[in-house]
Design a protein around this ligand. Structure first.
Ligand code: DX5
Ligand code: ZN
Length: 218
């Protein structure tokens, strides 16, 4: 297994067949679990009960991406439900340092997410603390959107910031990732790639995960 990780997003899975869909991605590195609250995003997805169902159905670690307006108050719900890694949006967290260190004290990996319009420089005072930075390469809300090209420059800036600080958090990119652009995104500094529609809308999700892992690690 290479150092580039693939995280299929169950947002694009057939929720009527959750266990079957998770079986197809048993070879993935993470399950990406998109929580949307209908407030931070103009879409509503799933919460803790479905997260528990995911945890019962797979051994693949769960990466919970909280697109919610009140992460500081609700992160424990997802930690209690078994999330292995939790990311919260910079734009929604008033007490980001407290929330992230709280998760880490609980033994959960903790990360911060930036929307496409949020500059990387806001991470300067938190980069030494985080286990992961997630750069959104689409505006959060829906699967199947196109990759925003400006993400590449943000990745390069983030990589330079990490080098300056002597830290190496996981760097995840979410939105519009496919076999067509994964190499470019990895080259710019990403090492965890979310893929929703590219995996679950393909004819053979297991083969697609393997292909993305191969292309990412070339
Ligand atoms: C978008 C979600 C993504 C989404 C990605 O708000 O955070 O995780 O599932 O889907 P694709 O890979 O189809 O762009
Ligand atoms: Zn996501």
């Amino acid at each position: 297994m290479g150092s580039i990780k693939i995280a299929p997003s169950v947002l694009s899975a057939d929720m009527a067949n959750l266990k079957g869909e998770l079986d197809k991605i048993a070879g993935a590195d993470y399950v990406h679990f998109d929580v949307m609250d209908g407030h931070f995003t103009g879409n509503l997805t799933f919460g803790v009960d479905i997260l528990k169902a995911v945890k019962r159905s797979t051994d693949v670690p769960v990466d919970a991406h909280l697109m919610v307006s009140n992460p500081d108050e609700t992160v424990d719900w997802y930690a209690d439900a078994g999330a292995d890694m939790i990311t919260v949006h910079y734009e929604a967290s008033t007490h980001l340092h407290r929330t992230l260190t709280h998760l880490q004290q609980r033994g959960v990996k903790a990360g911060v997410v930036l929307n496409p319009a949020t500059p990387v420089c806001v991470l300067e005072s938190i980069i030494d603390v985080v286990d992961m930075v997630l750069l959104m390469s689409v505006n959060p809300g829906f699967g199947g959107q196109s990759f925003i090209p400006g993400t590449i420059a943000k990745l390069q800036e983030l990589k330079a910031m990490c080098e300056r600080h002597g830290v190496s958090p996981l760097i995840e990119v979410d939105g519009g990732i496919s076999s067509k652009n994964i190499a470019e995104v990895v080259k710019a500094g990403a090492n965890v790639l979310v893929a929703g529609s590219a995996v679950f809308k393909s004819e053979d999700p297991a083969a697609e995960v393997a292909l993305l892992q191969k292309l990412g690690n070339e």
